[in-house]
Design a protein around this ligand. Structure first.
Ligand SMILES: [Zn+2]
Length: 507
């Protein structure tokens, strides 16, 4: 845990924290290098804090992955970018010509150089490479991001999960802790409690920080964590006011770890639908907080309205964190594709993924005011995630519109997440998809007018067909200047304004 917390300092150095401490460390120890560089090693004369930072950085390095932008700095063979290990360590028959070549040397005409890729890698790896969300024209530089979070930003929790994933059962035994819906600071507090790492007086004596292990409140000779949180006279008073009679019998007799576990995993509802484990968590936290106040500031008694403070905090958190799952009434609604206004072109795009093998593909079509086919495409993208397929669909569609000079464009797609990402393009700094999203954004900027809209998939059936058909292709794009015959009736349906039904929520 300590290492995960220390890794956070390393991360802040990595993201160029502007704090004074960061400037001092950078000037003193990093001297222009990155905290992620392997050769940043211990020096005999470095401070103990810096030693700690390096200890954390060792963990940080294990969780970093290259997100590829312009591909100008990352080594195709030597860096971690497609997988956890570099491609030169892949034993499935790779052919390395130049071990130091950068990724952009495999780009050609704004996409991958398929010939070069296939000469270097077996087909299975080519399929993984071409779906990677790189930024061919994003203007974004390559960056190292944290691979264990969805937004690419380091978090102590994800670092902790990384350390203990697949480790021995004693470690796994409290991974449930992170799944509790409680404030993040309480996750960390309980993690430390579980480890016996919060500083009770017993701990202080053990670490030679103090000679007196007794409790400052009730003078019990050994102030353990359990004593602070449960057995101290003060704590008991609080618990007795909160516990119902059926709970209290066992509550005060259990050993430390089982006591934590039973209460944290409890399914008992306390009052007003609030689960007991939430009350338990907040109560421990407040007891600990008040104990520290007493020890360090000499504040006399527990706040006399302690129960009120605890219950108010619990209720507040419960209210804000609890998403209501009330079922909505559904009605059938009908949706039809609509042609764009005169002088405007409409681009529909869609992505597709085959669950069984992870193959992804995308399709797009450009149509005019009369609903006539101007151009379309299908692209086989190898293997990847559905959100990658959606964004690549948008990328190729926009590129087609730019190339054809369709300067006034309405874009429609049924992936709300993809649209959200594009709208937030400038705040995605460390996001794994930032390069690809930025590529799409750059293309939109090249058009005089371009707006992006979410539609239900019932309105998007032509491109749904195109995306599904992409699996018949060799890897890469296939452009259709005219509507292919296998597109079937969906194109004509769109022309005629035929509606398709969908169940939607009301109220
Ligand atoms: Zn005590």
């Amino acid at each position: 845990m300590n290492q995960a917390l220390l890794a956070k300092i390393g991360w802040r150095l990595h993201i160029k924290d502007e704090g004074l401490w960061a400037k001092i460390y950078k000037a003193k120890y990093l001297k222009g290098h990155s905290i992620l560089d392997d050769f940043v090693i211990f020096r005999q004369d470095c401070s103990s804090t810096w030693r700690g930072v390096l200890h954390g950085a060792a963990l940080l390095r294990k969780g970093m992955l290259w997100r590829i932008g312009d591909g100008g700095t990352v080594k195709f063979w030597k860096d971690n970018w497609v997988f956890d290990a570099p491609l030169n360590q892949n034993d499935s028959g790779v052919h390395i010509c130049d071990p130091d070549s950068v990724i952009s040397s495999f780009y050609r005409d704004g996409w991958w150089d398929m010939e070069k890729l296939r000469a270097a890698l077996p087909e299975e790896l080519v399929q993984r490479v071409i779906s990677c969300p790189v930024g061919f024209n994003s203007g974004i530089q390559d960056a190292q991001i944290w691979k264990f979070s969805s937004n690419g930003i380091f978090s102590v929790k994800s670092a902790y999960n990384m350390v203990f994933e697949g480790s021995t059962c004693s470690d796994v035994a409290w991974t449930f802790l992170w799944k509790l819906r409680i404030p993040p600071k309480l996750h960390i507090f309980f993690w430390l409690v579980f480890q016996g790492k919060i500083l009770s007086n017993e701990q202080r004596v053990r670490r030679q920080l103090s000679l007196d292990a007794s409790c400052g409140s009730c003078h019990w000779p050994m102030e353990s964590i359990l004593h602070i949180l449960r057995d101290c006279v003060k704590a008991k008073k609080v618990w007795n006011a909160l516990l119902n009679s059926s709970q209290s019998a066992r509550f005060f007799t259990m050993d430390f770890q089982p006591w934590l576990r039973v209460n944290l995993m409890s399914k008992i509802v306390w009052a007003d639908g609030i689960p007991w484990n939430l009350v338990f968590v907040f109560t421990c936290w407040y007891i600990w907080k008040w104990r520290n106040h007493y020890v360090f500031h000499g504040d006399e008694e527990l706040a006399f309205d302690s129960i009120q403070i605890i219950t108010a905090a619990v209720k507040e958190w419960f209210k804000t964190s609890n998403v209501s799952f009330t079922k909505c009434a559904k009605v059938e609604a009908w949706f039809a594709w609509e042609p764009p206004p005169a002088g405007v072109f409409k681009l529909n795009v869609d992505g597709s993924r085959k669950v069984a093998f992870g193959h992804i593909g995308a399709g797009g079509v450009l149509r005019d005011v009369s609903g006539d086919w101007c151009s379309g495409f299908a692209v086989n993208l190898g293997k990847g995630q559905i959100i990658e397929a959606e964004l690549w669909g948008l990328f190729f569609g926009l590129r087609m519109a730019v190339a054809k000079g369709f300067n006034n464009l309405i874009v429609e797609m049924d992936s709300a997440i993809a649209i959200q990402l594009v709208q937030q393009h400038d705040s995605l700094t460390w996001h794994p998809l930032a390069s690809l999203v930025s590529s799409c954004w750059q293309l939109m900027q090249q058009l005089e007018k371009c707006s992006l809209h979410h539609i239900f998939r019932e309105k998007n059936s032509v491109v749904d067909r195109l995306a599904a058909w992409s699996y018949n292709l060799d890897l890469g794009i296939c452009v259709f200047d005219e509507a292919p015959s296998w597109i079937g009736t969906s194109l004509v349906d769109d022309l005629l304004g035929v509606s398709r039904p969908r169940l939607i929520c009301v109220g």
